[in-house]
Design a protein around this ligand. Sequence first.
Ligand code: ATP
Ligand code: MG
Length: 356
Amino acid sequence: MSRVWVLGAGQLGAMLKHAAQPLGVDLVAVDIEDDSHLNLAAEDMITAEREQWPTTEATDQLAAHSNFVNRDVFGLVADRVTQKQMLDRLQLPTAPWQLVELGQSAKDLHKAYGERVLLKQRSGGFDGRGQLWLQQDLGTSIPEGWHNKVIAEQAIGFDEELSVVGVRNRAGECFFYPLALNHHQEGILAVTIAPLDRVQHLQAKAENMLASIMDDLDYVGVMAMECFRVGDELLINELAPRVHNSGHWTQAGASISQFEYHVRAIADLPLGPAVVKQQSVMVNLIGVDYDRRWLAIPGAEVFWYGKEVRPARKVGHINFALADRNQLISSLQTLKPMLGEWYAGPMDWALQELVP
Ligand code: ATP
Ligand code: MG
């Protein structure tokens, strides 16, 4: 039985473990605060569910192992500066950006990018945390201590947000899921819909972009690329060198989930083409308490992460993958009032997209 170790034991690690089991792969997710000594064998494979980790005995051991797949990619992607520099080098479109250097003021950034400029932490940000909009009319200034720690991005007036999740093996063979349509609320992914006929014409473009990145990095495993759609153009927002929230729908909607693909690639098992089965919708459970009524909704596949519930924290998700469009709509309508006011916008957005 082959063994795969995962740096990080959050929900992604747990779902990787879940996917590894039927493959006969023994997957061990290691908490980043674990400071015990791990019993690693020379032939074991190592991957990560996150881009960064603190130094402990266990994480040092994993990171130093000769089979740590994509070792050099994590640092490169974790820093928005090196990530964007790579995208620039590959001539892939992104929002115009720059590192905010010492001595620069909000005025300089408005001069370069216009009235609204988004400051993003170079590393460690997620779910929109650590970001600040500089608004010229409000005279927002760059907070103290942020110079050299943030990048500035031009505000993109995008039509919508799409992402593509792909996988690559050691031989360079790639597979991609259809583009997913993502709805964010307050910087947090709330709902994903996939596949979607009306964005199909952008599929080849998205695949070529992600393939060129994975090839350049000689990447192995699942990678996600978040994009802004502006007309028929795709601008890359950011990359995730791992399984990604906007790919959770594949657990229900595809014959091979993103988690299984990642394990297959890391363990060097045949990838095979994932077949998309049904129309899927994934609803993130954000800052809500567990509700047993979810389990009674037709088609609902509930994943609860077992984390402490806090506002704006992702604590689970529900997948729906249903061939019957009316059933799908009816199930989402049943779910909507159970989730409360914060979800009214995202749920209406999804319903509007699905109603013929
Ligand atoms: P996560 O890791 O959860 O995907 P994050 O905190 O790393 O998010 P981003 O994905 O960079 O941050 O940004 C979060 C959201 O903010 C985006 O999905 C998008 O809705 C919005 N956003 C980001 N950059 C821009 C931009 N340049 N112009 C307009 N909106 C933006
Ligand atoms: Mg993002």
